[in-house]
Design a protein around this ligand. Structure first.
Ligand code: HEC
Length: 717
């Protein structure tokens, strides 16, 4: 087997990651340095120990190759892949916006093979990366395609027959609830430990979601090896933090953000999301372990080791948004192995890797009570006293953006009508101001950890949100027409993203006249199973409701047929349920400008040994909104940074379409290029045959909606 080798400029980083032969599936140690994991390595460092491209020559960087993907119809809406490629033995593996898997020559960008998981079908769905496993000559790419875990032969691009059912494992099986009514999608890849692939998955954030159990499958056979109940069953630790019967109905507490692995310790570290429903928890009173926890398990067996909860009884969708970084820091001359978890709230929790204890003081502080019927907000929340938050967490009227009198008056009027008592103000029937919003803070791109300086680089956003709580309204009366019933469902479940008039906004497509653009079956499928960033509604709607929503979208005039009063998850207690109709979107003024003053996006360099920031810079710019002489506005962005031994950070992912190279010691931008479209993906960097490349998935354009993979390198030297 050939392998990629590079000159390692610093002796101290050449220490093999896996010291015990036992803990490696491969004898080839260099694998650890070739970006063969989703986040560069098992520690999710987003760090590459290579320095051919460095601070002194990066301004010469040029486009080395571009692979134009061609898997979508010419007239399709441009796709936006979120995939970070992995590179093994000179081959780059990536997934397109349509969801096809590609193997490319990492040096030239030429296609080796492609694999269509949908067998000619519509495709779609978010895939942020893939995993690699090998044993002898048998090497496989294991990745998620919607609700299936697939194993593809890395050499041939064909499904591996002996894995699961002809190459596929059905992730819907084993999540407590009836698989046929269930939505799960593996967006972030699992992590490989020896011959196990450990996975989580994305779920709906609504009532009726299944629990997000963590599962490990055999990489050879696809057999289920262990399951960890993230919502504990009777007798399991943490069960007491829920109502007695909740384990039968509560959902969420899933890992959609990825995980990290310490093979020497046989430990896997998992970032968990909130319990569902996100914004109302009267049916799940209590602290709700392991919701919003960093969870450490024994990787080989799934046994519990420790947990650390970052939000108690979450009512804000403050899911842990990124895998924890396994880091090493220095204290009083001592080296400490730790876990650093970034959050949507803007906090970094720095935990001892062995025990889960915080390495900086954390205070449980009193937070405001809930006034929602039957709700009980948890009285305190954890506030790390160090490091300082990287995003703004407080807000006063003066922080409202001022684009002119009319806009400002209307923002001020709205703000004054809302409940706001600082971070962790619970959702309220009068509306709540939320800052940071569900977008964070930090997002799925995660943080990059520079092993040389113990610095954590974090992309952050200052994105405020409104929580608008309404009573769930699916009972529109027996005589309502199908369209009226559908309209009610639309208002409750779809309007928050697609807008009250179906017009969409931002990344949410318009659904006006959708029937003329897509066949009914395709629309039906997208609603049931989700598409791209939209989660599926299979676990929410029964058949009649699905019919009603279609009737509303397609404006089908048909006779009325009474549908069930409530969504299919039998709401037998007949308790009133509430929904947030403005969740998941940044609060904007009527012209679509952010409602809070800039900066809206930043990059932060945090020294983990001292807990102090080295620098913080706005990232991205809206020139038209930048005030004269003011710093750049910063832009929202979800993809993450990559840091290298060459002293550089590579980052993209904002609307300005820039790929930037930033000096890691100063925060100064040394090089940037305008990509053909936005790249909503974290880059990767690797060396093959002595040449370093930086590669990134780029979104589709009018000419080519499928998008591309672009690689940059220095000119021939
Ligand atoms: C959390 C935000 C969100 C919610 C809630 C949501 N959607 Fe979507 N929806 C999206 C996004 C984002 C896309 C585009 C996905 C892509 O193609 O990448 C989309 C796409 C669609 C499409 C395909 C449109 C096209 O042009 O391809 C349909 C149809 C649709 N949504 C219907 C619905 C319905 C019906 C509901 C409510 C039951 C709903 N959506 C709720 C975010 C959302």
């Amino acid at each position: 087997m050939t392998s990629i080798r590079f000159a390692r400029p610093f002796a101290f980083i050449a220490i093999p990651f896996c010291l015990l032969a036992l803990s490696c599936t491969s004898e080839d140690k260099s694998k650890e340095d070739t970006w063969s994991y989703h986040r560069a390595d098992a520690a999710s460092s987003n760090y590459a120990p290579i320095d051919q491209i460095n601070t002194s020559n990066v301004d010469n960087l040029e486009n080395a190759w571009t692979f134009e993907i061609k898997d979508m119809p010419k007239d399709a809406r441009p796709g936006l892949s979120q995939c970070t490629p992995i590179i093994v033995d000179g081959t780059l593996y990536t997934v397109s916006a349509k969801g096809w898997l590609y193997a490319l020559d990492a040096k030239t960008g030429e296609q080796i093979w492609s694999f269509d998981p949908f067998d000619g079908g519509e495709g779609g769905g978010t895939v942020r990366g893939v995993s690699y496993w090998e044993s002898g000559d048998d090497n496989r790419i294991i990745f998620g395609s919607g609700d299936r875990l697939l194993a593809v032969d890395a050499q041939t691009g064909k499904l591996v027959g002996e894995f699961g059912d002809n190459g596929a494992v059905d992730l819907k099986i084993g999540l407590r609830d009836d698989p046929k009514d269930l939505f799960i999608a593996l967006t972030t890849p699992g992590i490989v430990y020896q011959d196990l692939i450990i996975v989580g998955g994305r779920l709906q954030d609504l009532y009726g979601s299944p629990p997000g159990y963590i599962r490990a499958y055999d990489c050879r056979t696809g057999e289920l090896v262990w399951t960890f109940h993230t919502i504990p069953l009777p007798g399991e630790p943490g069960y007491e933090t829920w109502p007695k019967e909740a384990y039968k109905t509560a959902g969420g507490v899933n890992n959609w953000a990825g995980m990290s692995l310490d093979p020497e310790r046989d430990m896997v570290f998992i970032s968990l999301g909130s319990p569902s429903y996100d914004f109302y928890g009267a049916d799940r009173l209590g602290e709700n372990l392991y919701g919003n926890c960093v969870l450490a398990l024994k990787a080989s067996t799934g046994e519990y080791v420790w947990h650390y909860q970052t939000v108690h009884h979450d009512l804000w969708d403050y899911d842990l948004p990124a895998p924890p970084n396994l880091v090493t820091l220095n204290r009083d001359g001592k080296t400490i192995d730790a876990v650093a978890q970034i959050t949507k709230q803007g906090f970094v929790f720095v935990l001892d890797r062995e025990t889960g204890e915080s390495l900086f003081p954390v205070e449980e502080q009193k937070v405001p009570p809930s006034y929602m019927p039957k709700e009980k907000a948890w009285p305190t929340q954890p506030f790390p006293q160090k490091p300082d938050p990287y995003s703004r967490q407080t807000f006063i009227e003066e922080d409202l953006a001022n684009y002119g009198k009319e806009s400002h008056d209307s923002l001020l009027k709205k703000f004054r009508s809302l409940r706001y008592e600082g971070m962790f103000t619970p959702p309220d029937l009068k509306g709540t101001f939320m800052f940071p919003g569900t977008r964070g803070g930090a997002q799925w791109g995660g943080a990059a950890f520079d092993k040389e300086t113990s610095t954590l680089f974090i992309r952050s956003m200052d994105a405020a949100e409104l929580i608008t709580i309404v009573e769930e309204k699916t009972d529109v009366g027996e005589n309502a027409s199908l369209i009226e019933q559908g309209a009610a469902l639309y208002g409750s479940y779809c309007a928050s993203c697609h807008g009250p008039e179906k017009k969409g906004s931002d990344v949410y497509p318009s659904l006006v006249d959708i029937g003329s653009r897509l066949p009914k079956e395709v629309i039906n499928d997208k609603i049931r199973n989700g598409v791209g960033m939209m989660p599926g509604y299979a676990s929410i709607f029964d058949e009649a409701q699905q019919e009603a929503i279609l009737a509303y979208l397609l404006e089908l005039e048909e006779g009325s047929s009474a549908i069930a009063n409530n969504t299919k998850t039998d709401n037998s207690s007949e308790e009133t349920r509430y929904l947030n109709t403005t969740g998941y979107t940044t609060w904007m003024d009527s012209e679509g400008r952010p409602a809070v003053k800039p900066p809206w996006g930043a990059l932060n360099a945090l020294n983990l040994s001292t807990g102090e920031y080295e620098w913080q810079i706005p990232l991205g710019n809206y020139e038209e909104l930048q005030e004269k002489g003011a710093p750049p506005t910063g832009q929202e962005g979800k993809s993450g940074p990559v840091v290298t031994a060459g002293g550089l950070i590579f980052i993209s992912g904002s609307e300005d379409k820039q790929l930037r190279a930033i000096d890691k010691t100063t925060g100064k931008t040394l090089w940037q290029t305008t990509l053909p479209a936005m790249a909503n993906a974290t880059a990767c960097t690797y060396e093959v045959d002595g040449k370093q490349f930086v590669a990134i998935s780029v979104g589709g354009t009018e000419e080519n909606p499928s998008g591309s993979v672009m690689a940059f390198a220095l000119p021939k030297s």
